[in-house]
Design a protein around this ligand. Structure first.
Ligand SMILES: [Ca+2]
Ligand SMILES: [Ca+2]
Length: 135
């Protein structure tokens, strides 16, 4: 599927899955502003101003496994995405592995029952028009 992105000359491919889709709602730059999502789902968002980051809150039960995937570079966008997961106390309960892939993919298991925030940003804090999906 192709969509027109303002400011981008060519139409760009986006991935379409069977999961429910949501579009990010700004402002969502801080955990306090995080948008509530219900995985599994696809979030369509973009890092379109300098320093933008997008926070998504979700509820998990202890031992529940999630796979987070960012699709951006693989769709032709110049995003070096970062993905971090924080618990309610603002701590990162797991080590974040970055294997050099510009599209982070992370399997994550909730350490306790609770509310968590996934934060997507751009490694270089550029203002680029980007679409991303979080699964
Ligand atoms: Ca955004
Ligand atoms: Ca944002």
């Amino acid at each position: 599927m192709f969509v027109d992105v303002p400011g981008v000359e060519n139409r760009v491919p986006i991935a379409i899955g069977d999961m429910p889709e949501q579009t990010e709602v700004e402002p969502n730059d801080t955990p306090d502003q995080a948008q509530l999502i219900t995985p599994p789902c696809v979030i369509n968002g973009r890092i379109d101003v300098v320093g933008d980051q997008d926070c998504f809150r979700f509820v998990a039960r202890k031992g529940e496994r999630f796979e987070f995937r960012i699709q951006s570079a693989s769709l032709g966008f110049p995003l070096e995405a970062t993905l971090k997961i924080f618990d309610a106390a603002g701590q990162q309960p797991t080590r974040q592995d970055d294997n050099g892939n510009p599209d982070p993919k992370q399997t994550w298991t909730a350490p306790t029952n609770g509310s968590y925030v996934a934060v997507v940003g751009d490694l270089f804090h550029r203002g680029v028009m980007i679409l991303f999906t979080v699964c």
